[in-house]
Unconditional design. Structure first.
Length: 187
């Protein structure tokens, strides 16, 4: 069996009836990104065959923590352990007719600590102005568009089979970011 990897992707498409390209984030577990094509299509069925990947990375480390995929039965449940979070920060710039977004992964013990880390980002500090602050989410009374534990937004069948292990580790090589227009049929 090949090593399983956690992939983070920004998907894009212009569904029927929409005027602009839309994006959503997808997390999947597989040996290769190509193996995730059926899962990607199932994740966003309205996109039909117009879906593509605008950015992706194999998630192996985040902020000095190693990220590994384990079979669910091999995982050790520890509610006090650090967890992998995905945050989608939103913000504005004066004179720009847009809401800018910054997608990030953080390792933290809980939602509050994840939000606190996100508020230290350059994006959060430098995007926004009086009356249009950067934000991190209505649900939490602070300002974040979305906040999820990555394990919670995996497909149900993947959640049943695998677990994400977060382990402190020193590493100097960041994950490679793949940016561009990646057509699913050409992966």
């Amino acid at each position: 069996m090949q090593d399983l990897k956690l992939f983070m992707m920004m998907l894009g498409c212009r569904p029927a009836g929409r005027n602009t390209e839309q994006h959503d984030m997808f997390f999947g577990i597989a040996p290769t990104i190509k193996d995730l094509v059926p899962d990607i299509k199932a994740f966003w069925p309205e996109a039909k065959d117009k879906i593509h990947i605008d950015a992706w990375r194999e998630v192996t480390q985040v902020d000095g923590y190693q990220i590994r995929v384990l079979p669910r039965e091999a995982a050790v449940a520890d509610e006090s352990a650090d967890k992998l979070f995905f945050l989608n920060l939103g913000g504005y710039k004066a004179g720009e007719f847009d809401e800018f977004h910054y997608k990030t992964l953080v390792v933290a013990p809980d939602n509050g600590a994840a939000i606190k880390q996100a508020k230290q980002s350059a994006f959060y500090k430098h995007t926004g102005f009086k009356g249009a602050t950067s934000h991190i989410d209505d649900k939490f009374g602070v300002d974040v568009d979305e906040l999820y534990q990555v394990k919670d937004i995996l497909a149900d069948d993947i959640k049943q089979k695998y677990s994400i292990q977060v382990t402190a580790r020193e590493s100097s090589t960041p994950d490679e970011l793949h940016l561009g227009y990646f057509i699913l049929g050409k992966l």
